[in-house]
Design a protein around this ligand. Structure first.
Ligand code: R5P
Length: 288
């Protein structure tokens, strides 16, 4: 379920191989044959984040020398959580990243379930966010058809996401109150009590991203007090840094299910159709 491969198949477009070398000092070097006409660069900027970002920029720059229609597909957009200065003196890194993506010649950008709408405000090119929530919900509808879980967001920011997801499954939803310490990044669930009975019910914890797993682990710790049955975690972007998968499982999560915005064994939901549909619309609209 390689994403670039899937997108090229859907679009009936050539999949152009990239010759990539990483030297002993950490520098990357890319080589790619001449491209023409519409060119779609697919690269999520998951860890090693800066390396993947730089490789994507190098590739876009290289292809922009041949074509004026280079589209960047960055399903997982790193730095999107740095969309403003939370503390005095902090750099707004997303502003820089947007400028870099534009500077190398990107004509349009497509991303998936980006952390916040503010992220896209730093682009002057047409930058579009598409939602994978419908796809995740459809997957869950099939997988959990005999025992429909309650859908839980670890934070209030995800309320729209769980509303849409729960509607598709015809089930209830809960959005917890999460606070993150701006200095340490530590997460706390500050919900006083639940307004929904979850005793013996299966739950799906739904988030845009599982990164360090802090949000999911804390949510599990809180929810366990109310004696649910099984807990599943679903997300668009399974970054799963270090031993996150083990810690999330140890916190009581049966299974992590994500899209293939980032490759890995949790990537069960294919984004290729969603993204290629968007690219087809762009090409057909001639609004390049
Ligand atoms: C934050 O607001 C996001 O929606 C996710 O909850 C967050 O990115 C997850 O990160 P972590 O897994 O490190 O808690």
């Amino acid at each position: 379920m390689d994403l670039a491969n899937g997108i090229s198949k859907d679009l009936d477009a050539e999949l152009v191989p990239v010759d990539l070398r990483v030297f002993a000092d950490g520098e990357s070097k890319i080589k790619v044959k001449k491209v023409k006409d519409h060119c779609v660069i697919v690269q999520s900027t998951y860890p090693p984040t800066d390396r993947h970002l730089l490789q994507a920029l190098m590739l876009i720059k290289r292809c922009s020398e041949d074509s004026s229609k280079v589209y960047a597909v960055m399903p997982y957009m790193a730095y999107s959580r740095q969309d403003r200065a939370f503390l005095k003196g902090e750099a707004v890194s997303m502003d820089l990243i947007a400028k870099l993506i534009e500077a190398v010649g990107t004509k349009r950008l497509i991303t998936v379930d980006v952390h916040s709408p503010a992220t896209l405000s730093y682009f002057t090119i047409n930058a579009q966010n598409i939602s994978a929530v419908g796809l995740l919900a459809k997957y869950a509808k099939v997988k959990f058809k005999t025992n429909v879980p309650i859908v839980v967001s670890p934070d209030k920011g995800g309320v729209q996401r769980v509303v849409e997801f729960a509607k598709e499954l015809g089930t209830d939803m809960i959005a917890l109150m999460k606070r993150r310490n701006k200095d340490t990044g530590e997460v706390n669930i500050e919900e006083k009590e639940l307004n929904c009975n979850i005793v013996d019910r299966d739950l799906i914890l739904l988030d845009d991203t599982i990164s360090t797993g802090g949000s999911i682990v804390e949510a599990c710790r809180f929810l366990r007090r109310y004696k649910p049955n099984k807990i599943y975690a679903m997300c668009t972007h399974a970054v799963l840094i270090g031993d996150t998968k083990r810690r999330v499982k140890a916190a009581g999560v049966e299974e992590i299910i994500s899209t293939n915005s980032i490759p890995g064994d949790s990537a069960k939901v294919d984004l290729a159709g969603l993204i290629s549909g968007q690219i087809k619309n762009i090409i057909e609209s001639k609004n390049l």
